[in-house]
Write a protein that binds this ligand. Structure first.
Ligand code: ADP
Ligand code: ADP
Length: 239
């Protein structure tokens, strides 16, 4: 069964131009899908519609059997625990430690050190360390995030998105701020940890090569419409 169904999705930020227009596709549980396309194609907007960070204008998004468009505030909170997010600029709290940032992903945002550390459970902390270890950054657990490299910070971002045990992670240009080596490390980790934990993954990318190397399937987006949808091997590198 499909984990995610996008049906006739349309979105505009103002009445004149549609940023997304009549999108249709489904994502199966466990899939590793890349969405590629030039800047302005609508990739970010699509991800933001899925967890209702932006409102849906037309059509439907069915996630895990539920129509995302019709959810009330309480239902939205529940939905978002099932959807992990990873961002280009990591979106960590720089002056807090790695472990605190990861625990944020599950125990909520409090502004004081005590607030965050006071609310976690031992089991939650063990889970955080399990993820940091898998991602090869457990030795940095008590460092401030702003002391880490970009690639290490994105690994913290991955751990934060996974600690709530989501069904899907949506990654919006996760490697756009990283050099080629760090990009490879991040894509390797993203692929292996989501496959191992059985979590579906959608990654917005603008590099066709990387999308081909890592994903099972690629969707090409241009001007808000799907221009390609198929297995990675069917997309040519110069396309
Ligand atoms: P991509 O992620 O592929 O670069 P985006 O979804 O960020 O594409 O943007 C698609 C289009 O929507 C662009 O023309 C962009 O300027 C516009 N857009 C994105 N966010 C907003 C917003 N909050 N308000 C108005 N226009 C927006
Ligand atoms: P990205 O490439 O990561 O999508 P952008 O620079 O396109 O980043 O967008 C940064 C922020 O500005 C986003 O929150 C987006 O929604 C908003 N934005 C983008 N385009 C527009 C626009 N034309 N009008 C208003 N807000 C926009």
């Amino acid at each position: 069964m499909s984990l995610l169904q996008i049906k006739d999705l349309g979105k505009s930020y103002n009445s004149n131009s549609k940023v997304l227009d009549g999108l249709n596709f489904e994502v199966k549980s466990g899939e590793f899908l890349s969405i590629i396309g030039p800047s302005g194609a609508g990739k970010s907007t699509l991800l933001r519609c899925i967890n209702r960070m932006v409102e849906i204008d037309e059509g439907h998004i069915i996630f895990n059997g539920q129509d995302v468009g019709g959810l009330n505030k309480k239902e939205l909170r529940k939905l978002r625990t099932n959807i992990g997010m990873i961002f280009q600029h990591y979106n960590l709290v720089p002056r807090l430690s790695v472990i605190e940032n990861v625990l944020h992903g599950r125990f909520g945002y409090k502004t004081t050190f005590q607030g965050i550390m006071g609310r976690y459970t031992e089991q939650g902390k063990e889970h955080a360390f399990f993820l940091l270890k898998k991602l090869g950054i457990e030795e940095h657990a008590y460092k401030r995030c702003d002391q880490l490299s970009g690639g290490q910070q994105q690994r913290v971002g991955i751990a934060r998105s996974l600690i709530q045990e989501p069904k899907i992670v949506l990654c919006d240009e996760p490697i756009a701020s990283l050099d080629p080596n760090a990009s490879k490390v991040i894509m390797d980790h993203l692929k292996s940890i989501t496959q191992e934990l059985g979590i579906t993954c959608i990654v917005n990318l603008h590099q066709v090569d990387i999308a081909k190397d890592y994903s099972d399937r690629i969707i090409g987006l241009n001007k808000g419409g799907i221009v390609f949808d198929g297995p990675s091997y069917r997309l040519h590198r110069n396309q």
